[in-house]
Design a protein around this ligand. Structure first.
Ligand code: SF4
Length: 377
């Protein structure tokens, strides 16, 4: 197994991983751009540009309330100063509120309820905001908050292809969006949501030509990968979340009914359609998998041509895991440093991916570690 030396970690890598593990306190939120609570994806986070990289940093989580990091209220351009224990670290920027957030559909649904800006250039939406596993404590994923934004009337249950194509066009033209991430709760059908993702991808591609990633559970029939590709999906995400079957059964009892072995079959079929490096998976560090287990998983996934997007677990308010501690930054660095080397060696760095979370990279500092061999400043 690859060894880890903290001496090889640059100041930027150190700062990004510390920020994502410890979170940030905003001294006075007046004038800052909005952040998200609940929902799928980077909930309870805020996008911040630090040393040229945009990352999502926890701000509403319990650990973030005790973070040594603070930021001053941003000025009219989003500029702020990051401090640690009262000592100035670096200037930072909060990306501005996108223009499309002030627009709405002809039937008066605000665009921000249909899709959200992630990081600084990604349009992300949960096409189906309900999940067959969510309503039942015996099946729901313990970290997931997909139902919270629906409950809070901050989104709608099902977005149509026409609505999302309209929002994507506006986000592309008024806010410079460069790619689209389509995720979905899992419906009780064998396609696992692939069918509605096809319809939405087709409409968005036709209207905007933007690069698209679709995310769903592995369908029963892998022919859906062909359909997704033909509909205009460029990259595919199927998210394991955890690797060890015991951890999976404890943290996500419903989803764990689909074993890792089935995901591996699906990955192989997906790579055959989308290409090496264009299929990715989330692995949430901090749910119980060991460092060695996760690195072994990453090794196997990279061999298959799958990008392992290793992300620090964030305890989201209102979920059963809201009081669980996130992984500490040393643990993350000890994982991401050798993983960055593995991805660099394999030629599967995030910049080679056409679309998706692994390309965006804002929910992890992983991509900053991919470049460590060429920029160790
Ligand atoms: S990696 Fe980027 S696109 Fe994916 S959930 Fe995080 S911010 Fe959104």
């Amino acid at each position: 197994m690859t060894s880890f030396s903290s001496a090889l970690v640059s100041r930027k890598q150190w700062l990004l991983s510390d920020l994502q593990s410890l979170g940030l306190r905003i001294v006075n939120e007046a004038g800052s751009s909005s952040s998200r609570r609940g929902g799928a994806g980077p909930s309870d986070h805020k996008a911040i540009s630090v040393m040229g990289t945009t990352i999502m940093v926890p701000i509403h989580t319990k650990p973030a309330h005790h973070s040594p990091f603070t930021a001053t209220p941003p000025d009219q351009y989003g500029r702020s100063v990051l401090s640690r224990d009262g000592e100035t670290e670096v200037p930072i920027i909060f990306p501005p509120q996108p223009h499309f957030y002030s627009m709405h559909t002809a039937d008066d649904i605000p665009y921000w309820k249909l899709a959200q800006l992630h990081s600084h250039n990604v349009l992300a939406t949960t096409v189906l905001q309900t999940c067959v596993r969510y309503g039942n404590a015996d099946t729901k994923c313990q970290f997931c908050a997909i139902g919270e934004s629906l409950k809070g009337n901050r989104t709608i249950a099902r977005k149509t292809p026409e609505q999302l194509a309209e929002v994507a066009w506006a986000a592309q033209h008024y806010d410079g969006i460069e790619q689209v991430v389509l995720t979905t709760g899992t419906p009780p059908t064998e396609d696992r949501g692939a069918s509605i993702l096809c319809d939405v991808a087709r409409a968005i591609k036709l209207r905007t030509g933007l690069a698209i990633q679709a995310q769903c559970e592995p369908p029963a029939d892998f022919i859906w990968f062909n359909h997704l590709h033909e509909a205009g999906v460029d990259s595919l995400g199927m998210h394991l979340e955890a690797w060890d079957e015991e951890v999976r059964a404890r943290i996500m009892p419903g989803k764990a009914q689909v074993p890792v072995s089935y995901y591996l079959k699906a990955f192989k079929a997906g790579v055959a359609i989308f290409g090496r490096g264009q299929v990715s998976t989330y692995l949430l560090a901090g749910l119980g998998d060991t460092r060695e287990g996760l690195l072994d998983a990453c090794h196997q996934l990279i061999e298959l041509g799958v990008y392992p997007f290793v992300v620090p677990f964030v305890p989201i308010g209102g979920t059963p895991l809201e009081n669980r501690q996130p992984p500490d930054a040393d643990f993350m660095r000890s994982l991401l440093s050798p993983l960055g080397d593995m991805l660099t060696t394999a030629g599967m760095t995030s910049d080679t991916i056409k679309a998706g979370c692994a390309k965006c990279g804002a929910c992890s500092s992983l991509s900053s570690f991919e470049k460590q061999s060429s920029c160790a400043a």
